[in-house]
Design a binder for this molecule. Structure first.
Ligand code: ADP
Ligand code: MG
Length: 688
């Protein structure tokens, strides 16, 4: 009997070479192999007999390879591979052109499944380019059963070989202890772990696979949420944080000085934040908000509260452009006695040295910056509140680094666009959540139109018409890389075309990320002041820019943008009292791109759009780079398994409520399981 933590080398049939190949699939331990689950199943009861095939149908047939012949077509000299299979009822051949290498795997005596469209050529039943799965290699002893698992394979390691290894492993037995408490298993009607694993790989019928899967998905979510619950509880229990003073002259001055009245939603969120900040336990809160709902003001109010209490505040943004925009905003919003400073990677070392000194000596109150903020050598005199403008781009590790710049400072994380509920419950599941879902009064519904090139003139007409009515327009051109000179040149050519040919009667300005700060400021001043009618820009205008008189946005090559970015861009219009139009020129070549365009056209609510985005993007890459610190989800899907996630989260948080550090003997197994699953991320779970 093998131990799950042992190296996969000890599984029967795995030598050093195979172990290396398995490593490429992420399979290092015995446990990794157990949880290497099938991509799909071949159900033999859906397989058709060759003699029953009707020509033209899509079919799957299973047979034994009787012959594999290579030849050359007479005229075009294409290399042809014919693989004939026999299933007891008749013959069929799989045909490939210029892909003779399939012959290496489809040797005589191999049992194989072919799928594809059956055709009748030269008096023979054929499938051209069948997709195929090898079910049994010649003299392979594994009995495959009625349902055959098909595994994700790599070169030199076929699904079939993986199946054999897993069969060996399961037959010889593994010492898997069920990590879930019995009452959780009972309450949720879950399968026990061993039968679930066995049925996942070698199911008795297709129905049971979904039950087995449910158990494994539950485990993934449960231990993820248990980790988050442990961490959340741990943070709440420390009383070593800062007890802020959230009212006072500065705060009053700031609130009284605002050019508008806070929305009810803003007031509610701000009072949630203030309540956290008054407590001595460190705040760890996520601010989720619709685009344009006014998150920045809320964050700035919190920064004022920390300054009011004698501490420093910091706000970290993922890009320099964003950081600069925040810096400008803060200068406008903060009472003049509060000293703020911008810190980015692009500054000269002398500049940086001076800023570092000021931060250290407490000569600045609020620091706005990029990653530069969490670098070595940046020491705060007394950091009281750190705001992270996350934009999905920072991982938990960076959040900790910022936290470590102070002694238990309060943390406020903001997302730039709404995120799906499942992501909020996983990626940010250890935080309290505030939601800003109300837009300031007077915002207009935006009409979104996805257009093709034929309607270019109509779009330009709309822009002219709006400008004649006194409005302004944005034209957004994507630059994949803001520092790419060729792309910037292409953009300038487009600017010239629009200036001289399309809009000769209007004033057109250009804004991109590579322009000098003063140039950018000048252009923005001109546009804000109404001297410029049209602003051609790259996505630098995505965040922060706010000119309510603009009523048209035209986005070029819209298919290149992600949904949240499009939503963020579109959020730049519809801010005044006039109806606004967002026109997207798109040439969607992929199915995903087409779905994205449909979604942005019909959905205006950011939260709904985020859910749609998740569905379109599907599985994979949801947690972003590994730096997120979260355990991988191998089986569970944030799209399909939302219900299981919510149940598992409830149960996990319930357990921590009753046994906050899992010290009861019956619960210790779970601590090990959490640590194992979070791997390197575990350090974060158990840190301050
Ligand atoms: P986001 O939540 O997208 O970051 P911002 O913080 O950029 O939104 O705010 C969008 C715009 O709305 C800004 O111009 C901001 O000054 C303005 N704003 C914020 N709150 C209010 C309010 N209560 N009433 C009117 N305008 C507001
Ligand atoms: Mg913002």
């Amino acid at each position: 009997m093998l131990n799950p933590d042992e190296n996969v080398r000890y599984v029967k049939g795995v030598g050093p070479r195979l172990a290396e190949k398995l490593g490429k699939l992420g399979v290092v331990t015995v446990s990794d192999l157990i949880y290497y689950i099938p991509r799909r199943y071949l159900d033999r009861s859906n397989v058709i007999r060759i003699s029953d095939i009707k020509v033209g149908e899509e079919v799957t047939v299973v047979g034994e390879v009787k012959a594999a012949k290579k030849s050359i077509t007479p005229r075009q000299h294409r290399k042809v591979l014919n693989v004939d299979i026999f299933d007891g009822s008749g013959y069929l051949s799989g045909v490939w052109f210029n892909q003779l290498y399939h012959a290496d795997r489809l040797t005589v005596g191999t049992e194989v499944a072919f799928s594809g469209k059956a055709v009748f050529n030269y008096g023979r039943l054929q499938i051209i380019n069948p997709s195929y799965d090898i079910l049994r290699e010649k003299e392979d002893p594994v009995h495959t059963g009625r349902i055959v698992p098909i595994y994700p394979a790599v070169a030199g390691l076929s699904s079939n070989m993986i199946r054999r290894l897993i069969k060996n492993l399961i037959d010889s037995g593994v010492k898997v202890k069920d990590p879930l408490p019995q009452d959780v298993i009972k309450k949720n009607d879950l399968m026990a772990i061993l039968p679930a694993v066995r049925q996942m790989h070698f199911p008795d019928d297709m129905l049971v696979t979904s039950k087995a899967r449910r158990r494994l998905v539950f485990d993934e979510f449960f231990f993820l949420e248990l980790g988050l619950a442990l961490r959340k509880n741990r943070l709440e229990q420390t009383n070593k944080g800062i007890s802020h003073k959230t009212e006072g002259g500065l705060v009053k001055q700031f609130l009284d000085g605002l050019p508008f009245k806070l929305t009810d939603s803003q007031r509610k969120v701000l009072s949630e934040i203030a309540e956290d900040m008054r407590k001595s336990a460190p705040m760890h809160r996520l601010l989720l908000g619709e685009v344009g709902s006014g998150k920045t003001v809320v964050a700035v109010a919190a920064l004022v509260m920390t300054v009011q209490s004698g501490y420093q505040g910091a706000i970290m943004a993922p890009t320099e452009v964003l950081a600069e925009q925040h810096a400008l905003r803060l200068k406008e919003l903060l009472p003049s006695t509060i000293r703020s400073v911008l810190l980015t990677g692009g500054q000269t070392s002398t500049e940086k040295r001076g800023i570092r000194e000021d931060i250290k000596n407490g000569d600045v109150d609020v620091v706005i910056g990029t990653h530069a903020l969490i670098q070595e050598g940046i020491d705060f005199k007394a950091l009281g509140l750190a705001v992270v403008d996350e934009q999905h781009r920072f991982g938990v590790r960076q959040r900790i680094s910022l936290r470590e710049k102070g002694r238990m400072p309060d943390i406020l994380v903001m997302t730039a666009t709404p995120i799906p509920r499942t992501l909020a419950l996983t990626l940010y599941g250890d935080m309290d959540v505030s939601i800003l879902d109300e837009l300031p009064a007077g915002r207009q519904e935006i009409e979104t139109i996805v257009a093709d090139q034929k309607h270019r003139d109509d779009a330009y007409d709309l822009i002219r018409q709006q400008i004649r009515m006194g409005r302004q327009a944005y034209v957004v051109c994507p630059l994949v890389d803001e520092s790419d000179k060729i792309q910037i040149k292409a953009a300038s050519v487009e600017v010239e075309r629009l200036r001289t040919k399309v809009f000769p009667d209007f004033k057109v300005g250009l804004l991109h990320g590579q322009m000098k700060r003063e140039e950018k400021d000048a252009v923005m001043r001109g546009f804000r002041g109404g001297i410029l009618d049209i602003l051609i820009a790259t996505t630098v205008i995505e965040v922060g820019i706010d000119v309510p008189n603009v009523t048209v946005m035209l986005i070029e090559d819209a298919e290149r943008f992600g949904l949240s970015q499009l939503h963020q861009l579109r959020g730049r219009i519809g801010r005044g009292e006039h109806k606004s139009f967002c026109i997207l020129f798109a040439d969607p070549v992929t199915e995903d791109a087409e779905e994205r365009m449909k979604a942005i056209e019909k959905i205006s609510d950011g939260f709904q759009l985020a859910e749609e985005d998740l569905k379109i993007r599907g599985e994979g890459q949801l947690f972003g780079p590994r730096q997120s610190g979260m355990p991988d989800l191998r089986i569970a899907s944030l799209v399909r398994d939302m219900k299981i996630l919510i149940t598992a989260r409830d149960q996990a948080f319930d357990i921590i409520r009753k046994d906050p550090v899992l010290s009861r003997p019956e619960n210790t197994l779970m601590v090990d399981e959490v640590k194992k699953r979070f791997a390197e991320g575990a350090e974060w779970l158990f840190s301050g």
